[in-house]
Design a protein around this ligand. Structure first.
Ligand SMILES: C[S@@+](CC[C@H](N)C(=O)[O-])C[C@H]1O[C@@H](n2cnc3c(N)ncnc32)[C@H](O)[C@@H]1O
Length: 299
């Protein structure tokens, strides 16, 4: 296990269960967002996440779910994701251990290849839980969305006395539409299941306050910590893979190098092409012949 730290932001390179057990004080975290491997055979930097059986996967999940609950403050909130087929098990397991307030559907459209002989999956479930229903943070005003019905059509609500125009903003319901992170998006990192900044912004704004401590036990590209930093929260991120910790170190500006390697954002193919488009051709003379090149140092 290795620890990297810069002021209010800490990264653990190691196993989530081990770190939660040994490094995180009980009842110390305000908000946990957990987005584990889904047991669907994705490859995380060459490591295929597939357990021997569904039971084995769930047994592993129950361990860290218990730990997350233990590490939350009495006023803490917990958001947890998994594949649609495992969420019912999470739901039943968590029901007797914490209060589930919302069963959220993160919906996205997909222009990619879709299933041809069944209905393709266009959503991922998220549970929103709190330890104490009488004492938890919910900053409704910070996450308001446009109310599309009455207000947009400038309707008057005559049931009110006196009659009033409809509210133009409302608290989001439990179906959230945010685009998935695409290759050409500015926030894109090289990771198969990167979550969008917009999704984490809603969660962190609603369920924490400035200076609160936010923890993500399966950080991947460290979206949670990145957004927490932008919103002036403190963060703890845990991740098993060096490659992804490097992304976190860079995104959080904790350090510029990792084991002697300079941490730089990977250049995407369209960025290379774009560079070539703007770089003018220059005429060089080499060994008596004239050539055009964009590379001045090595024509
Ligand atoms: C679904 S991804 C998380 C993506 C992340 N939410 C983001 O926005 O990029 C799950 C991550 O958990 C990591 N992981 C898998 N097993 C782990 C373990 N035992 N401890 C810590 N991290 C683990 C994987 O390497 C992967 O990056």
């Amino acid at each position: 296990m290795e620890i990297f730290e810069n002021g209010s932001h800490k990264i653990f390179l190691g196993d989530a269960i081990e770190v939660l057990e040994s490094q995180i004080a009980d009842s110390s975290i305000d908000l946990i967002f957990a987005d584990p491997p889904y047991n669907i055979g994705k490859s995380f930097n060459g490591y295929k996440e597939k357990w021997q059986s569904d039971e084995e996967y769930l047994k592993w999940c129950y361990k860290w779910l218990d730990l997350c609950i233990k590490k939350l403050k009495p006023s803490g909130s917990f958001y947890v994701m998994t594949a649609t087929q495992f969420m019912p098990f999470f739901d039943i397991y968590l029901r007797s251990r914490i209060n589930i307030l919302s069963r959220i559907v993160w919906f996205y459209d997909s222009s990619g290849v879709q299933a041809k002989k069944y209905y393709g999956s266009l959503y991922e479930p998220i549970l929103f839980c709190v330890k104490d229903t009488e004492n938890y943070t919910f900053n409704a005003d910070d996450v308001l969305v446009e109310a599309k019905t009455g207000a947009k059509r400038k309707l008057i609500d005559y049931r009110k006395n006196p009659p009033q125009v409809y509210n133009s903003a409302k608290i989001p319901g439990n179906v959230w539409e945010f685009p998935r992170v695409r290759y050409r998006m500015k926030e894109y990192e090289n990771h198969p299941t990167q979550k969008p900044i917009t999704l984490l912004e809603r969660i962190i704004k609603a369920s924490s306050n400035e200076n609160d401590l936010v923890l993500d036990p399966f950080s991947g590209t460290f979206t949670t910590s990145f957004v927490a930093k932008q919103l002036n929260r403190k963060s703890i991120g845990i991740e098993l893979q060096d490659e992804y910790v490097k992304i976190g170190l860079r995104r959080l500006k904790i350090q510029e190098e990792f084991k002697g390697e300079k941490l730089e954002r990977e250049i995407r193919t369209f960025e290379i092409n774009k560079k070539q488009e703007v770089e003018p051709l220059t005429l060089f003379e080499t060994s008596g012949a004239y050539i055009y090149s964009r590379d001045k140092a090595n024509p």
